[in-house]
Design a protein around this ligand. Structure first.
Ligand SMILES: [Zn+2]
Ligand SMILES: [Zn+2]
Length: 139
């Protein structure tokens, strides 16, 4: 049986199935449950954010990613931004923060332009109307 160093207590143990020693298994399970809970609620967090949210060592999060215990951490199967290929912040939108901001800015700008255009149309309309009235009076 291969000997391994327990990543939690740094002691050597006979590695059977788990990557931590039998003594640390309970703690590891508790951490796993916490990480799992955080990920269920917020699946788009990266490993660092998960470790903060779950109050678990980031090394532990990384370990679980390596072991394939958790798979929906951003680092494992990153959703890429459909526009620039950077890591996406939203699984559904497939956009990175920068592109999302750009897109939002564009939407706001477009909306503003539409509003401006409406205003112009109204003004032009009024002017045409006034002119018609003027011409009608002249007749
Ligand atoms: Zn241990
Ligand atoms: Zn992007």
């Amino acid at each position: 049986m291969p000997l391994a160093t327990c990543p939690r207590c740094k002691k050597m143990f006979e590695k059977i199935r788990s990557i931590v020693c039998p003594k640390c298994q309970d703690e590891e399970n508790t951490d796993y449950d916490r990480i799992r809970g955080v990920l269920d609620a917020q699946p788009n967090l990266n490993a660092e954010q998960v470790s903060v949210e779950a109050d678990v060592d980031v090394q532990c999060v990384m370990r679980m990613i390596d072991e394939g215990l958790i798979s929906n951490v951003e680092m494992k199967d990153a959703v890429k931004c459909g526009r620039c290929g950077a890591p996406a912040i939203s699984r559904s939108k497939k956009l990175c923060q920068a592109c999302l901001e750009k897109l939002n800015a564009k939407v706001i700008k477009t909306q503003a332009q539409i509003k401006l255009q409406d205003k112009k149309d109204v003004q032009v309309g009024e002017r045409v109307h006034a002119r018609k009235m003027f011409e009608e009076k002249r007749r």
